[in-house]
Design a protein around this ligand. Structure first.
Ligand code: FE2
Length: 220
């Protein structure tokens, strides 16, 4: 069994960066209203714990698009493994607006990769503006897929706390087609100290499903 405890690993597959960037620009141009911001999300997502921790604007500046890829055999959105995030059906039952998780937005290269790794869910296109901070947190029993689309060369920090020591993993992040997998069980912290927006694709998977994503090869 492969293990990534306390690490970030580079996965064996790559992405065609230009087509993934085109996908991102397509969202920017065609779906600006579907863009999630913290202020929109706080009302509708169960992020109470995060709200308590994220008290300043630097920690609440992340934004992006939330893509639902997993469906049942009937084509309906299926229940996600992470109970923090409600699938579309839950939004309907609860009478909440459906602005957030979109089943129509996983397109092109994202859709193709998602079909190859069906245990991966909670795909997001994630923007971290200049001076944004992701405060220290864990992602419970999940590993986190990270694909940098625009990653400023300077001013990026990404740290993991392993056995009480902070390790600097900043250099592993490059927008060159690489796909990374982060052990979400290890406390991590990140910031963007540049004057440019950082953009990446992020998705989650159960920690137990490491073999599936590590067996995928090729270019998407
Ligand atoms: Fe995280």
């Amino acid at each position: 069994m492969t293990s990534i405890d306390g690490k970030i690993i580079q996965l064996p597959f790559r992405v065609d960066l230009e087509s993934w960037r085109s996908y991102y620009h397509h969202l920017c141009d065609e779906y600006p209203d579907a863009k999630w911001t913290w202020d929109k999300g706080v009302e509708e997502l169960d992020v109470r714990e995060a709200v308590v921790k994220c008290t300043n604007t630097q920690e609440r500046s992340m934004r992006g698009w939330m893509l639902q890829t997993n469906r049942t055999d009937d084509g309906e959105p299926s229940v996600m493994a992470n109970s923090n995030v409600r699938p579309k059906q839950k939004y309907i039952e609860l009478g909440l607006p459906l602005w957030s998780w979109r089943i129509d937005l996983p397109l092109g290269p994202v859709e193709r990769l998602a079909e190859s790794v069906p245990s991966v869910y909670r795909w997001t296109v994630y923007e971290m503006p200049a001076n944004g901070i992701t405060p220290t947190h864990i992602d419970d029993d999940e590993n986190v897929l990270l694909i940098p689309l625009y990653w400023p060369e300077k001013g990026q920090e990404f740290l993991l706390e392993v056995d009480g020591e902070w390790q600097d993993w900043s250099d592993v992040f490059r927008a060159d087609g690489r796909a990374l997998l982060l052990d979400g069980h290890t406390p991590h912290w990140s910031c963007n100290r540049s004057n440019q927006t950082r953009v990446n694709i992020m998705a989650r998977m159960p920690r137990t499903d490491l073999e599936q994503i590590c067996s995928v090869k090729g270019v998407f």
